[in-house]
Design a protein. Sequence first.
Length: 518
Amino acid sequence: MLKKIRTILALVMFIGITLLFVDFTGTAHVWLSWMAKVQFLPAVLALNLLVVVALVVLTLVFGRIYCSVICPLGVFQDAIAWMGKRAKKNRYSYSRALSWLRYTVLGVFIVALLAGIGSIVQLLAPYSAYGRIATTIFQPLWKLCNNGLAAIAERIDSYAFYSVDVLVPSIGLVLVIAVLTVLVLIPLAWNNGRTYCNTICPVGTVLSFFARFSLFKIRFDKDKCRNCSLCSKNCKAACIDFKSHSVDYSRCVACGDCIESCKFGALHYAMKPGNPSSSSPAKASSHASEPRPTNASSEPAQSSAAADKPDTSRRSFLLATGLIATSALVQEKKKVDGGLAEIKEKAIPKRQTPLTPPGSLSARNMQTRCTGCQLCVSECPNQVLRPSNDLMHLMMPTMSYELGYCRPECNRCSEVCPAGAIKPISHEDKASTQIGHAVWIKKNCLVLTDGVDCGNCERHCPTGAIEMVPSNPDDDESPFVPAVNESRCIGCGACENLCPARPFPAIYVEGHEVHREM
């Protein structure tokens, strides 16, 4: 029963958090945004004392169930370990804790956190690691499936689905980091279960301090134990020493696998220990005389059944390749105008100061609080936010306006951020917050280079910060060019996004280190 309850709760949390990252419609965050806010590190950075205290109390009562129920990276590893156990049963063994490695990583993590070295914090944080995996790997696959359904719906005149762009520019380095994380986690979890959680994860190390003193623990009934070693061979945390009937509670995640594997009822999850450790000689001799369980008879049947299963890996690979190729053709088709002229894509202007979202207050606040989980990136409906590839701000969300602009009526990123890096901001406050200012580049303006009337930037500026004025102040008949009133500009990027100049826009937004109120 313990394992069933844990598995159901873990699946609910894992599916909910995954939906938060892959959903691009904004529906999931209305109901599920709380799942991101109960993650340990984001709650600490957001100074959400209620959540932090609740998680500590939960650990003091039940042990490290946070790692096996709430943490998405922990549940992800459990899923991989479950598949590994199906391939080969009884694959684990007890090993001593690598305390020197755990505490070294935790020390590096704390120093990086205090020093504001966000890239190290984001690489080690478990919730952030899963966020990168979900955003850069799972969400594109989700969008590909959506686009396939949209193509089918279009043929039957249905508008239940709509096509969306699959790939976001500047996501390359974060995708590489996410892929490398997966390539490290899969063999570790497949062969050794919870190696990452009990040697590298700083959150697991912090919670291990409290787990030692938890009320409910996995406990041995030594009178019933036959030393069959099945508990050790099924413990993915490698924390059960069947020879000494001991459990390393700092590593135990209370998954219940050991209880399920024990055939003699010698393990239980309870507040108090089981029967006294001393046993009579008669009982000891009877225990020694009873045969130990073996799985040798079932292995041939299992191997033959595995041999009969069809190999679907090749079929899945071909299907995925076909979907990606189709998506690439669709994207390529969009680059031409009526099949006559090639449309040049916009290039990203080089900004002296990166743009940070309204509600982030300053670049410093982003650097000290952002965990790089990419939830704001996946939730941005205008494709303005994307992870930075700059080594100084690696994986932190930054803004650019090639695909859209930051609409004053949208505040979704501030609603979903669990760490306080982007604080909740109302529509009214956003419309009066200056995150940057527009800068006009004379040499790129079509009015002067091509001799055409434009005024796109003035027409679409939501705050009226741009005015078209004569390029020659002494000649009212000279071509009209934009003039920016920096005191009214909020840096939304509408002018940059809608500027027709290619590849670089004639007007772009330069960021502010500290946001200003109008």
